[in-house]
Design a binder for this molecule. Sequence first.
Ligand code: NAD
Length: 330
Amino acid sequence: RKIKVALVGLGRYAEYMAAQMKDCEYCEVAALVSGTPSKLESWGKTYNVPLKNRYNYQNFDSIKDNPDVDLVYIILPNAMHKEYAIRAAKAKKHVLVEKPMAVSAADCLEMIKVCTANKVQLAMGYRLHFEPFNMEMMRLGQKEVFGKVRIVEASLGYFAGEKGEWRLNKKLAGGGPLMNLGVYCVQAGRYITGEEPMAVTAQYGPILRKELFTEVEETITWQLEFPSGAICTSTTTLSAGIDRIYASAENGSFELSPAISYGPFKGRTREAEFDFPTINQQATQMDAISQILLENRTMPEHISGLEGWKDLKVLEAIYKAADTGTKVKI
Ligand code: NAD
């Protein structure tokens, strides 16, 4: 049996995801949810999704009566994740949410609560937890292969931004690049040290394109402090390209650049390069989550709603630190 997936929001990432899912063994695109009838029509043809499995945002709740759907994958603008996760859970469907999980930690807790109450699983679309180069960075850090990690530098940025896009709209995105890209850097700090940050300082960068960045930051830099004494410094921006994770431990260092995109990646320790195959991250993520559901196993914590909530707590603290110019405890 395959897990039958409903994709909610047929934008750019959903398009990429659906194409990559053709390689999946344990799941398939079975239903589509969109506000645009022409997209439902063309995607329906491409992915062989019958009319009865095509929904709009108004009739979405009737998905509860559809046995052709096991898992609802929410790939909408960030601020819409909460509403659709809750509606999916109330329809008794398992829920998979794109990053960031929501636009506040309180919203994440509510999503977790509703999923638990409706006895459905809640997973995060954290594709890097299945990506071999990043998994190696986790191993090198958490297993203390080079001793205790002291410093992580994790940054992600692109030169991007178009007038009118939801990513620049505070209400829909919850913030700027910190919400969309910075969440990966927070993840890197957490999965390399294996610790939860306890405090943060942060600074907004300059606004270079004033016509675009009227509501959200263009650049933000922050410093996380971990209980062991490790620190993680990060910058995320929409005004320059950067994609790297560097970790320095007591007896060596290890790094990836590129680190966070879809690959190919480059990794090395102080001594030598390390190499892994470039995998289909999306298909691997979807198959792994589907196998967990098929075998009735509990979602591992590192890809669960709890993980998404932990990240949102950190993102909120980063904004508070940048807004107040003070060190904020997490
Ligand atoms: P997108 O703008 O391409 O797609 C968003 C979709 O939501 C569109 O189809 C749009 O029509 C629909 N939508 C419904 N209501 C809307 C509204 N009120 N305003 C704007 N759009 C609305 O965005 P995307 O790049 O596909 O991002 C969607 C989600 O996926 C985001 O949460 C993003 O962070 C996440 N994402 C994850 C990855 C990854 O690698 N894991 C990559 C890209 C995006």
